[in-house]
Design a protein around this ligand. Structure first.
Ligand SMILES: *[C@@H]1O[C@H](CO)[C@@H](O)[C@H](O)[C@H]1NC(C)=O
Ligand SMILES: *[C@@H]1O[C@H](CO)[C@@H](O)[C@H](O)[C@H]1NC(C)=O
Ligand SMILES: *[C@@H]1O[C@H](CO)[C@@H](O)[C@H](O)[C@H]1NC(C)=O
Ligand SMILES: *[C@@H]1O[C@H](CO)[C@@H](O)[C@H](O)[C@H]1NC(C)=O
Length: 556
């Protein structure tokens, strides 16, 4: 069966539905803006961004109100919001009319110019979405991820998906290895589920809620806290950080003062979804389900043609697996640090400071496991929260970890140990022996994206200042990654939320002298299942990437 005709448009460019003159104007405005901002190395032609201007200095999102930004940050926020805009998605009318991976299919398109596939070619796949009744979908917005892989070769690369907004999608892959390669297409969420996820963000940004215990003398009280609290008669305690402006509020306890707050905890999750809507999030039906090929799903790739000079592999931080090892395309060559002595040698005389969520803590734990000499000092802190310190005294290596400030879904965190990353960086002298590793994304999923944009803008301000005062400092940033999804996970931490945050992170740090660990692609390209905390072989590869940034000379 052939995939039913798709009126696909040119794959490279995504043109929104605006008139050409408006677009020209918009591009002109954009160029003007970019010209006036220090967005170094920004590729104006990679995405078309339409700025939108708001006259209201305070941003309102339901009951979430954000403080005004500087005009430069506000403009950037607008640009980012437009650049991550997801296509319109349909509302749920009947489940029968929603995207069904079992009825949908993909086809590998013949090679452009005919003939056999070679390394360096671009492979294009056309995906046609159907609903449960077998009717072709007519709108876009389904969340699809794709990869090309071969289990025997230990090879894998993520594909780029283009939404043609009419039920058809293209996926584009670079052919990077010789031999066999199989295409895998996965529906993460049908477009109708994205509609629900979006609505939850605007209507229930407090569906994950937090609590603080207030304590003084013999009196204890517990109240609810969040980034945004619903207005009630109860007065608020405002814990907005004086220095960074990060918002945080608790309802004021009845007897105690705001100063009596001693702990921070995740309170729980308020699920508020209709039974019918929950059916949009069924594993094995319509959440993270593979779409089958209508013909062959694999190709055989021949060696690179010698007469072709340039392969059209366009990548920024991406790479691919070959024989289980991650190879970066462009930028730093990834070396393998197979033995603990390789790693110890690389970290000699280094102070490595890790800040972020549990996906960063995983790296701390990995390092102290593979380096027995790197001894963790018992600070009697919480396992999830830290702070942690580990020291290899003989080799003068220090590794520290600290979790980022609220929102953070941990339990019983002493408020005295809550720190915002930007403030921590401000207290760091930096220098050529200092490595800063940041990873912050997963605890932001339930909030309006502005909360995350502003958090990153404040971290970036601190990173820029750190690099100004100590240019030798190495700054490495971990991106978000895909994870295993259940209904609960989808509503509180869906990959769709992570994708938006991943794009924001890349945009905010673009052009700065920082290095990325592309956890998104490293997880997606690998044969192991998606996991919030990726499995050991992926972590080893990530550590190789980090150590290759720290010790680029190794093995070369
Ligand atoms: C457009 O993109 C290409 C390839 O990514 C890049 O080489 C070129 O510099 C870009 N041009 C502009 C004007 O940004
Ligand atoms: C909270 O405090 C910050 C300054 O610390 C202030 O700018 C903000 O307006 C306050 N928010 C509310 C809702 O009172
Ligand atoms: C690391 O180990 C892999 C396989 O175990 C091997 O292919 C590679 O050559 C080793 N790299 C170094 C630098 O020793
Ligand atoms: C680094 O640590 C190893 C193992 O503890 C030790 O054998 C070596 O002498 C140390 N190197 C230096 C330069 O101190």
């Amino acid at each position: 069966m052939m995939v039913r005709a798709c009126n696909r448009r040119e794959v490279n460019i995504y043109l929104p539905k605006y008139s050409a003159s408006f677009l020209l104007l918009a591009v002109f405005v954009l160029i003007f803006i970019l010209h006036n901002m220090d967005f170094q190395k920004h590729e104006a032609n990679s995405t078309i961004i339409l700025p939108s201007f708001s006259s209201d200095p305070y941003m309102h999102h339901g009951f979430c109100t954000f403080q005004p930004l500087s005009s430069k940050d506000a403009l950037e926020e607008d640009l980012i919001l437009d650049s991550i805009a997801w296509p319109e998605t349909p509302a749920l009318t009947s489940l029968e009319q929603t995207s069904d991976p079992a009825h949908s299919s993909f086809t590998i398109l013949p090679r452009r110019g005919g003939g056999q596939w070679h390394v360096g070619d671009r492979l294009e796949v056309l995906i046609r979405m159907y609903d449960f009744q077998g009717q072709p979908k007519k709108s876009g917005g389904d969340f699809l991820v794709t990869r090309l892989h071969d289990l025997k070769l230990g090879a894998g690369v993520a594909g780029k998906v283009v939404d043609h907004l009419n039920g058809c999608y293209s996926a584009v892959f670079s052919l990077l290895w010789e031999g066999s390669a199989q295409v895998e297409v996965t529906l993460v969420h049908p477009s109708e589920a994205v509609t629900v996820l979006r609505r939850l963000t605007s209507e229930q940004p407090d569906r994950i809620y937090f609590q603080s215990v207030f304590h003084s003398g013999s009196v204890s009280e517990t109240t609810t806290c969040n980034v945004c609290l619903r207005p009630t008669q109860q007065p608020l305690c405002n814990y907005t950080d004086r220095h960074t402006g990060e918002p945080w509020f608790c309802y004021k306890p009845k007897k105690l003062s705001c100063d009596a707050r001693i702990t921070h905890s995740k309170g729980g999750f308020k699920e508020n979804l209709k039974a019918e809507e929950k059916k949009l999030f069924q594993s094995d039906v319509n959440m993270k389900v593979s779409i089958q090929a209508s013909g062959s799903a694999s190709v055989v790739v021949l060696p690179k043609k010698t007469d072709v000079k340039n392969s059209d592999v366009k990548c920024e931080h991406c790479g691919y697996y070959y024989q289980g090892a991650w190879r970066a395309l462009g930028g730093t060559t990834v070396h393998q640090f197979n033995t603990s002595s390789d790693i110890r040698q690389c970290l000699k005389h280094k102070m490595v400071h890790l800040y972020g969520d549990s996906t960063i803590r995983q790296w701390f734990e990995h390092l102290i496991t593979v380096l027995p000499e790197l001894k963790k000092f018992n600070l009697h802190t919480l396992k999830q929260v830290g702070p942690f310190i580990a020291l290899d005294y003989a080799n003068n290596t220090l590794v520290t970890y600290r979790c980022h400030g609220p929102p953070i879904r941990f339990v019983d965190v002493p408020t005295s140990s809550l720190r915002y990353i930007a403030n921590e960086l401000d207290g760091l002298p930096g220098g050529s022996n200092t490595v800063v590793v940041l990873g912050i994304w997963s605890h932001f999923s339930t909030f309006p994206i502005e909360v995350y944009i502003r958090r990153l803008q404040s971290i970036r301000r601190a990173v820029v200042q750190l690099l100004d005062r100590a240019p030798g400092t190495l700054v490495i940033i971990r991106t978000a990654n895909l994870k295993a999804l259940t209904l609960y996970e989808a509503l509180t931490n869906s990959d769709w939320y992570s994708l938006q945050r991943d794009k924001v992170l890349r945009a905010v740090f673009k052009g700065l002298n920082v290095h990325l660990v592309d956890a998104w692609e490293m997880g997606l390209a690998h044969d192991l299942p998606h996991s919030l905390h990726p499995q050991h072989p992926i972590i080893e590869n990530m550590i190789d990437v980090i150590l290759s940034y720290i010790c680029p000379e190794k093995g070369s």
